[in-house]
Design a protein. Structure first.
Length: 333
């Protein structure tokens, strides 16, 4: 027990000494919204989570440890009235392999078009729609080691223009002999993307100083390519059995390509595999970070041969942005 707590403390103490912030320089920011309410309530410490198919978002290696087929759906009223939804299903193939399909979407709703000449609105409305579809597979190679990968199609649409690309997630999970669990994953490793669409079609005068030429040439604006937010995560969790209940403590360290490095810590107390209480703190040591406190809980029960799970999470994002809530419904079959 002492060794596991010392290892967990060492991970928390490994906060980065220096990093360069590149906020707002990547494409597909919605990919960084964590879907699972159970893990969000623990500060999103998901590097070692293996409880259900949603754990594969944090580490595809979790797919190898699934004990059966299951599905999950998560909804969040995200910041500024934006809706975020995530659905996943994992199908057990044999004794050690699981194949998963996931879909995540973010929608801004209708937004008024405003210009410098018409700041109150032109009468037109537009929306921002983001979509990611993933297919993953994971395998447990030994009783302690598992690995997995997910390939994702990613698309962002702003009014009548869009950008799309392909990305890869991969991860491994290893259970130490003294029950502590180690995990590491990389997310959103993919090809840069640029926007194209009818909104970028213009009429162009090649030489405004020349009269008599065609000053209404059809043309298109070419946008720059932007990389995805590549995200490296490494973590450790320690389960502590206490009679009919279990306490799990976890810590994750993050190294994103578009922000400074950070640490998250969290824990879950579960009684008789029926009810759970969770708390955590995300983005410790994050440069210019706001908020970070996470709270939540969940209930689980078995009905007609199906395992049902309902989880809730509340997350503080600071005084400027307020708080968000997540709701997740899980089904094991």
């Amino acid at each position: 027990m002492t060794r596991t707590l010392l290892l967990l403390a060492a991970l928390v103490a490994a906060a980065p000494l220096s990093a360069q912030t590149k906020t707002g320089t990547t494409f597909g920011q919605f990919l960084q919204i964590e879907p699972s309410a159970a893990l969000a309530a623990q500060g999103n410490v998901g590097a070692t989570a293996r409880t259900d198919v949603m754990s594969a978002y944090y580490n595809p290696g979790a797919l190898g440890f699934q004990t059966g087929s299951n599905a999950g759906f998560s909804h969040s009223s995200w910041l500024a009235g934006i809706d975020y939804n995530y659905a996943a299903v994992g199908l057990k193939m044999g004794s050690a392999t699981t194949v998963a399909l996931s879909v995540s979407s973010l929608s801004s709703g209708d937004i008024d078009v405003r210009t410098a000449e018409q700041p109150l609105g032109t009468g037109e409305r537009y929306s921002v729609e983001d979509l990611a579809i993933g297919i993953g597979v994971g395998r447990q190679f030994t009783d302690r080691f598992g690995a997995g990968a997910t390939v994702k199609y990613v698309q962002e649409t702003i009014w009548r223009s869009s950008a799309q690309t392909i990305a890869l997630d991969a991860g491994v999970i290893y259970e130490l002999p003294f029950q502590a669990v180690l995990g590491a994953s990389i997310s959103n490793f993919g090809v840069p993307a640029s926007f194209d669409g009818t909104d970028l079609r213009i009429r162009y005068d090649q030489d405004p100083d020349v009269f008599g030429d065609n000053d209404n040439l059809p043309a298109a604006l070419v946008t720059e390519e932007y990389a995805l937010p590549v995200f490296f995560r490494v973590g450790m969790s320690v389960p502590v059995r206490m009679g009919d209940s279990q306490l799990t403590l976890a810590a994750d360290a993050y190294q994103p390509s578009d922000n400074s490095n950070s640490i998250s810590v969290g824990g879950e107390w579960t009684y008789a595999n029926l009810i759970s209480a969770r708390a955590g703190y995300q983005d410790l040591f994050l440069e210019d970070g706001e908020g970070g406190l996470r709270l939540g809980g969940g209930v689980a029960y078995r009905v007609s041969g199906f395992d049902l799970q309902f989880d809730y999470a509340w997350a503080d994002h600071g005084s400027r942005l307020g708080a968000t809530q997540r709701f997740t419904l899980g089904l094991g079959f």
